[in-house]
Each structure stands twice: as C-alpha cells, then as structure tokens.
Design a binder for this molecule. Structure first.
Ligand SMILES: Nc1ncnc2c1ncn2[C@@H]1O[C@H](COP(=O)(O)OP(=O)(O)OP(=O)(O)O)[C@@H](O)[C@H]1O
Length: 321
C-alpha cells in the first residue's frame, strides 16, 4: 500500500518530533512518501498529485485548513474527476487518513479520533492494519463560478465575521486558541449588524426564509469545540446524511442566549426558539444576500459573498478511522 503523508509544519500543534514519530510509525506499515507543505494551497496540489499517481492513501498531519485543502485536491483531480460517475465515487479516490495537528481539529474529532496526536496515531495505525474504513459525504459550496468542498462546516454572517477577525489576529502573530475565538466572538458581537438581516434561504422543496442574519451549514456534528466541550447547533448532522443548517433571524441577546445555552449542552434534539430556521439532511439550498456577507468554510475565511449554493456530495471519500 502506497501512502503520501502531507505535513503542515506551521500548523498550531505540529512539531518535528511528532512528525518523526508518525513517519516511523506509518513507514513501518506502508510504503511512505513524505511531503511538507510550503505555502497556502500546497496540500491541494500534493493531494491531487497523489491521486494522479495512484496512491492508495493520503495522510495529513495538520489542522482543519490543511485537511480541507487535501480533500479539495483529492476531489478536483488534475485530469478531471473520473470517479464522480462511479456508483461509489469514494472507491475511485485515495483514502484519507488524518492526524490532528491544528488548533481545533474538528474533522478528526468528529470522526471520533482522540485530539492527542500520539493517541490518534495509535488509532489510525490500527485502522490501517485492520483496513477499517468509513465512507463520508462532503459539502460543496458554489459561488460566482467558483466552488470548494468542505468537510465539517461553512457559515455566512456573524460566525464568518468572527473567523475573519481571528485570522486577522493570527496574521499579527497570535495563536488561534479556543479562548481567543470566544473573546473575539464576544467583542465582535458589539460590532455586528443586529438590525438589518441580509439573507434569504431557499432551495428545491424548501420554503423561502427571509431575514436571516447568520447561517451555519453543517456536514457533521459537532460544529466546533470550546476546549473539550462540543458545540452542536445542528445535532442531527452526520457524514452519512445531506447538509443541515441553523439560521438565526434575531441577533438580540434575549433571542441568542437560550440558543447558545442549548447548543453548548449535549443533546439530541434540535435547538428550539421562534426565530430559528433549521434544515436537516438536504441535498441543496442557496443563501442569497442583499449586500455582501462574510463567508467561511471549514474555518477558512473566504471573503464577502452575495449568493452561495450549498450541495451535499454523498460517498465522497473513504477515511481510515
Ligand atoms: N509552510 C506553510 N507556511 C505557511 N502557511 C502554510 C504552510 N503550509 C500550509 N499552510 C497554511 O496554513 C493554514 C493553517 O493550517 P492548518 O489548518 O493545518 O493548521 P491550524 O490553523 O493550526 O489548524 P486549525 O485549522 O485547526 O486552526 C492552512 O490554510 C495552510 O494553507
């Protein structure tokens, strides 16, 4: 079995020692090629090359950003995606293996992997030896002739504004810790527009919902973690179903506090409240905005957009887990 390991040396919790331990462990089980990412987007190119060269596995040591790039490289194949037309498209692409090396590691943890890289390495090695695979669906966002796949979430509005603000802080050298996200979210709440909702949600078979301030689009649950606590605005979302959505039509504290309390409490029922828009297991929907709205995907800020379509891509990848 041939595997390409992509290491992002700049990811928050990745270091040379962890990388070397992992290389030794994986190298004893598979024929291993190791590549370090050198710039933004490099993981996509490397994963695309791995697929073109017929590798069986693409392994990633890094955070959710690097995993997102690798997944996009695997699906946007260099010579076109000939797997999309297979009954099971995942079987025509290298399998994915992830070892958490970022700050939040949402994708890895949502798959049930331990957040500790050493323990996670043990778990994925076992999966590799036993051939244990899980087929997962992905989300795809499409806007203005562009598109990108996402593994766990996308968002428009306030949450994307917070992602943008945290990215700004990281640009000035500060790390993205859970505390920093929470503090930035609280500070930014004072600045976000709470009086002029910009978005309308619509889709095939979905009644139009107007006046949406922010929307979280999920391919799995949890949406994120604050430390060890899972945050679940869309508790029914899963890798094996279509996309879920939670939209907020009120941004005042009286409306938001009960919702925040509910999504921070582990529960199987959907959040309840009068000004919520919720979708479960949908193949496609579109958010259109009266003015450009902040947009994020797997925690990566992607600018301001006026219309984004979200599509579920079933059976997209096999993950060794
Ligand atoms: N050599 C590099 N130098 C600078 N940036 C890089 C390099 N290699 C990859 N990147 C970029 O770093 C970004 C962040 O990496 P990654 O997501 O792996 O770690 P993280 O940000 O610590 O984790 P998380 O996404 O969980 O917060 C990615 O978008 C990737 O494009």
């Amino acid at each position: 079995m041939r595997a390409m390991l992509l290491v992002n040396p700049k990811a928050t919790t990745t270091n040379a020692r962890r990388r070397d331990v992992l290389i030794r462990a994986l190298g004893a089980t598979v024929e291993l090629t190791v590549e370090q990412t050198r710039y933004r987007g490099h993981a996509a190119t490397l994963a695309g090359t791995a697929r073109a060269k017929g590798y069986d596995v693409v392994a990633v040591l890094g955070g959710d950003g690097t995993i997102n790039e690798a997944v996009n490289g695997l699906l946007n194949a260099i010579n076109g995606d000939d797997a999309a037309h297979l009954d099971d498209p995942s079987s025509g692409r290298p399998a994915l293996l992830v070892i958490p090396g970022g700050s939040a590691n949402v994708f890895a943890r949502a798959l049930g992997l331990p957040n500790d890289p050493v323990e996670a390495t043990g778990a994925v090695l076992e999966a590799l030896r036993d051939g244990r695979r899980r087929t997962v669906g992905l989300g795809q966002a499409l806007w203005e002739g562009e598109s990108r796949y996402f593994t766990f979430c996308s968002g428009m509005g306030y949450d994307a504004e917070v992602v943008r603000a945290v990215e700004g802080l990281r640009g000035s050298g500060r790390k993205a810790t859970p505390t920093r996200y929470v503090n930035t979210a609280l500070r930014h709440y004072l600045a976000t527009d709470k009086h002029h909702p910009a978005m309308t949600l619509a889709g095939p078979g979905i009644p139009a919902a107007k006046g949406v301030y922010m929307a979280i689009i999920s391919n799995t649950s949890p949406w994120t973690y604050v430390g060890n606590r899972p945050v679940c605005p869309t508790p029914w979302a899963g890798f094996e179903t279509g996309l879920d959505l939670l939209g907020l039509q009120r941004m005042g504290l009286i409306s938001m506090l009960p919702v925040i309390r509910q999504i921070l409490t582990e529960r199987d029922s959907l959040p309840s409240g009068r000004h919520l828009v919720q979708l479960h297991d949908e193949p496609e929907f579109t958010l259109t905005a009266e003015r450009p709205v902040a947009f994020q995907l797997d925690g990566d800020y992607l600018g301001e957009r006026e219309s984004v379509t979200f599509r579920s891509i079933p059976n997209a990848l096999q993950v060794l887990v």
